[in-house]
Design a protein around this ligand. Structure first.
Ligand code: SAH
Length: 362
């Protein structure tokens, strides 16, 4: 058992089984032993690869999207860009490089990065030296400047802890993590949740990301109050469904989420329908969700890849085309182009945004 496992076992010994949400939150965010605090999760030597790591095209296109969205949101000055959970900072670095050509946006641009992991903040700072615009760091979305901004969130919401409820013969009970015979095990809280009434067979699980809902409400209220737009890119589903999607990934393979706590990346699929409901309830307009493949194709990833291949060696051309396919393919439901969805949130009067046009006109 690793040290974080021992700490979790001692919490459970003192307080009894803990919720899945608390387990996930400690595994990811423990101040010294949490996954994001103590590990380097990214890239081929890490545990998973995200879109900005696959190709520079991703961040460049998202950056140019931000400048267009800014204009469509009325182009208030100064222009602002924020990113939630920026990881190694690649997306922002690629975006800012591409944005140098968008002079009216870039020349007044102020950037805010929202990151909880000090280790990742240091890495982001090193990567963004010399980008030519001021960049500030905060550790909480509550500290975003109270001003219009284009806010980007790639693979951010999937990293937020989820709650599980399991249907028992007593009713729906919160799913918990206990410690039995030297192992972490799932169980159910003794008392049912009286307000959960859905009819489902015993053993069914419902997953709720209360933190994502809360953050979305806050971000949507910001958009309605100040203007700007929020762009969410993540893997997940467009309808709220029964079932759980909690998964643990280590060295690019799925592992048991209850083994070696803090050493694997714990995530859950994002419920875009629930996020959309939260944003609409806050008075905002929701664009999409569309698939990542459809979004990137519409904002011109094909043309960008072509332009890059013209100046590239044969080996580079092969790599560019492979990345293009990896980011956009929808051939199988698990391909990134299909599994990942893109959703934007604006004020109600912003009727269309690039990347969402077909769907909105349909
Ligand atoms: N967007 C990056 C990284 C995704 S991993 C990419 O696409 O490569 C998730 C990121 O969110 C990490 O940087 C993690 O440290 C950060 N994070 C997790 N919970 C957070 C929270 N509550 N507030 C801010 N950042 C958070």
């Amino acid at each position: 058992m690793n040290l974080l496992g021992e700490e979790l076992a001692s919490i459970i010994a003192q307080e009894g089984p803990i919720s899945v949400e608390r387990y996930m939150s400690i595994c990811l965010g423990h101040p010294t032993m949490g996954y994001y605090t103590a590990h380097d999760p990214f890239g081929s030597g890490g545990d998973f690869v995200t879109s900005p790591e696959i190709s520079q095209m991703f961040g460049e296109l998202v950056g140019l999207w931000a400048a267009e969205a800014w204009t469509l949101c009325g182009g208030p000055q100064p222009s602002r860009l924020a990113e939630l959970g920026p990881g190694r900072g690649l997306l922002m670095a690629d975006a800012l490089r591409a944005l140098r050509v968008a002079k009216s946006f870039f020349s007044t641009l102020e950037v805010t990065m929202v990151e909880t992991s000090r280790k990742l903040v240091a890495e982001q700072q090193a990567r963004l030296i010399g980008v030519g615009r001021p960049v500030a760091w905060v550790d909480n979305i509550e500290k975003l400047p109270p001003a219009p901004a284009i806010v980007l969130a790639n693979e951010f919401f999937d990293a937020l802890p989820v709650r599980h409820y399991v249907k028992t013969d007593r009713g729906w009970c919160e799913r918990q993590v206990g410690f039995v015979d030297g192992r972490f095990v799932f169980g159910a809280a003794p008392d049912p949740e009286p307000y959960l009434k859905a009819d489902a067979p015993v053993g069914s699980i419902v997953e709720v990301c209360a933190m994502a809902q809360r953050m979305m409400t806050r971000l949507a209220v910001d958009v309605v109050t100040h203007g700007g737009a929020l762009l969410v890119i993540d893997y997940g589903h467009t309808e709220t469904v029964l079932g759980e999607t909690l998964q643990a990934m280590r060295h690019h393979a799925f592992v048991d989420p209850l083994e070696n706590p803090g050493e694997a990346d714990l995530t859950a699929h994002v419920d875009f329908a629930a996020l959309g409901r939260a944003a609409r309830a806050a008075g905002a307009r929701v664009h999409g969700p569309v698939t990542q493949g459809a979004f990137l194709n519409q904002i011109g990833i094909g043309r960008r890849a072509e332009a890059l291949t013209r100046k590239a060696t044969l080996a580079q051309q092969i790599e560019i085309n492979a990345s293009l396919k990896r980011l956009t393919s929808e051939a199988a439901p698990t391909d990134m182009g299909a599994l990942f969805k893109v959703m934007a949130v604006t004020r109600r009067d912003v009727e269309t945004l690039p990347g969402f046009l077909e769907l909105e006109n349909a």
